[in-house]
Design a protein around this ligand. Structure first.
Ligand SMILES: NC(=O)c1ccc[n+]([C@@H]2O[C@H](COP(=O)([O-])OP(=O)(O)OC[C@H]3O[C@@H](n4cnc5c(N)ncnc54)[C@H](OP(=O)(O)O)[C@@H]3O)[C@@H](O)[C@H]2O)c1
Length: 235
């Protein structure tokens, strides 16, 4: 039996990842920072709920205790994320971005990943087949963001891409440090969720596919990689 925790799984890609992994036979804990939204989602999915705010040490520590008491963790999906838009729901470009805006996005997308991963390391190390999936973005790819012929090039925001580039670096360094674990970053693709005001061109089922595939990676699968549905993404 594989036990999986997905952060920020009360909606969007996290919710759909939970749905697909439950279908594949995983025991899934969905993390939700809001108890009521989490309860509704868990009920709908047939998942277990942990109230978990990735920016809060105490909340993460409580989630570790709950999951440890229930028998441990095999797969961690660091999915919770924010884009951090500005006034009027606009993407904040280089002329207007502030250190505070960057800090706020990094608090969830970067420090949240480290906080949660660090807290769950003792449980993951006890698993026979530990797996970590960090939900990154194609906007974290230095290669794509600087390639004028790609749609990624046109995105003017600073905080979100910088946070996901950092997630990629964290993924590479953790993968080297823990060779017994499969630790990969994934790019779900542009998916219709609340994160982008539902402007994404893919369905959540399409976007979650690579998250689910990497969550189901066995001990002989890749580690330290960055993948989308069609294969490796250039760093
Ligand atoms: N959609 C895309 O096109 C796309 C593309 C590439 C990568 N991604 C990545 O995919 C992941 C999921 O995004 P999504 O598109 O599914 O967005 P979404 O529908 O907005 O879902 C984001 C989830 O993260 C949760 N969350 C935010 N801050 C949190 C915190 N501090 N603690 C715990 N949970 C928190 C949200 O909870 P609340 O409901 O409480 O806000 C929600 O459950 C993100 O990492 C995002 O960067 C998305």
């Amino acid at each position: 039996m594989t036990t999986t925790l997905i952060t920020g799984a009360n909606k969007g890609l996290g919710f759909e990842t939970a749905r697909q992994l439950i279908e594949a036979g995983h025991t899934v804990y969905i993390g939700s920072r809001d108890p009521e939204r989490g309860r509704r989602a868990a009920e709908q999915l047939g998942a277990r709920l942990v109230v978990l705010d990735v920016t809060d040490d105490a909340s993460v520590a409580a989630a570790v205790k709950t999951i440890e008491a229930d028998g441990g963790l095999d797969v961690l999906v660091n999915n919770a994320g924010v884009e951090g838009r500005g006034e009027g729901n606009t993407v904040v470009g280089a002329a207007d971005v502030t250190a505070d805006m960057l800090r706020s996005v990094f608090e969830t997308n970067v420090f949240g990943v480290v906080r949660v991963t660090h807290a769950f390391l003792p449980l993951l190390r006890q698993s026979a087949a530990p797996v970590v999936v960090n939900v990154s973005s194609g906007l974290g790819s230095m290669a794509l963001v600087t390639a004028p012929d790609t749609p990624t090039y046109a995105y003017p925001g600073v905080a979100y891409p910088a946070s996901k580039t950092t997630v990629n670096m964290i993924t590479a360094q953790y993968a080297k440090a823990f060779p017994a674990m499969r630790i990969n970053a994934v790019e779900p693709g542009y998916t219709a969720t609340d994160l982008n005001g539902r402007t994404g061109t893919q369905t959540v089922a399409e976007g979650a596919e690579i998250i689910v595939r990497m969550a189901r990676t066995g001990p002989d699968g890749p580690t330290g990689g960055y993948f989308d549905a069609s294969g490796p993404v250039p760093w």
